[in-house]
Write a protein of this length. Structure first.
Length: 118
């Protein structure tokens, strides 16, 4: 798991421009909403990187690296950005109604998805 910081931030009387990411090759972008108390994810990918940008809400993230067994958990809120790498089991416990953007380095092939569960 990689935590990122915005690459750019600019404000003036018109509003704000918030640069989320300026690297990587993203093939699919999704907007996700979830109700408080729900669980998302609970899977891993063998080939796909996933970038997450939290728009609103609070989400508890659990990551388990299946290659080395290391586990970590953390809360994310509005403005947080992180990447989940291949072979990282990721589970999201939605604490408050939440909304986020998810970007994938590989499009989901519905005939042969790169999604695995333990």
């Amino acid at each position: 798991m990689i935590k990122l910081k915005p690459y750019f931030n600019y404000s003036d009387e018109r509003g704000q421009l918030y640069g989320i990411i300026q690297k990587g090759i993203w093939k699919e972008i999704n907007h996700i909403t979830s109700s408080a108390g729900s669980i998302r994810g609970n899977h891993y990918h063998k080939k796909t990187l996933e970038l997450f940008y939290i728009i609103s809400g609070t989400i508890e993230v659990f990551i388990k690296n299946l290659r080395n067994g290391k586990e970590t958990s953390f809360n994310v809120i509005s403005g947080d950005i992180f990447i989940v790498e291949p072979y990282e089991l990721h589970t999201f416990n939605i604490k408050t109604d939440s909304s986020w953007i998810n970007m994938l380095s590989k499009r989901i092939d519905h005939n042969k998805p790169d999604i695995y569960r333990l």
